[in-house]
Design a protein around this ligand. Sequence first.
Ligand code: GLV
Length: 310
Amino acid sequence: MTILFVSDPIVGGEEGWRKAMAERLPDIPFKLSTEIYDKEEIEFVLCFRAQPGLFAGMRNLKAILATGAGVDGLFLDPDLPDVPIARIVDPWMADQMAAWTTYAVLHFFRRFGDYHKQQISAEWRELEPPQSAPPRVGFLGYGAIGSTVGKALGNFGFEVSAWTRGYRELPGVSHYHGMEALPEFMAKANFLVCLMPLTLETKGFLNKERLGLLPNPAYLINLARGQVAVTEDIIAALQCGRLAGAFLDVTDPEPLPADSPLWSMDNVRITPHCSGPTNPETAADQVAGNILRSLKGDRLENLIRRELGY
Ligand code: GLV
């Protein structure tokens, strides 16, 4: 029996994972996909993005343990085997994303970019917030991460609303669900925080028409996946003022090409898909736990619903 680890810059260093897994499951061999391994020995694959063909020949595969919160990268392999797939649901990761999003909202709401410009010219002058308080922050997607981020912003007194595909009990936020409710939700979201999973349904979701539903001013904050939005439509909306600003941790494509106009826009901030990196120290318990569950024939935790793609 062997655990195969597929390295990816987004999910933490392979040596950190090797150590974390050796501490928890010392008797199970751990191989990197860059090492030589026997496909028939592989029973568990830890993976964020699967190259097509990765799983071919793994006849004894028992489960795929995604090393990230989002599993869209696994579906890059059209022959994803029919075994249970679990993802990471890690409070540490969600808290880091809450911190990143708070910074992004405050960057615009407290006008830190403008204050930085004033500082360069030694100008001491208080500026008005871009909209009257409290800021209205709307979440597209409100799962384990969204609700943690929403709670963090709610603690500052911000007005938090959420839109989800289907109905769920979501105490403490104004909740909208279904496509009919989308225009009403968007119309109130001065700060639109995108935390939707990337699926066949959500690819290109934030297009020109939907960005056009946002109020004035509106700021886009995307820390989900770049492909959930249409890049040219974001650029056009920023250029014509439809969007007052954007804070993007994810882009389409990644890395963002050097000649993208987004790099040099004054009202855009870019970070390189780092808002919530997987931390093997905090994530390995659930991965090891799921391996033990699988070996005992128990149901895994944090299983994805393959038919939904997340
Ligand atoms: C990172 O993007 C993740 O899905 O964990």
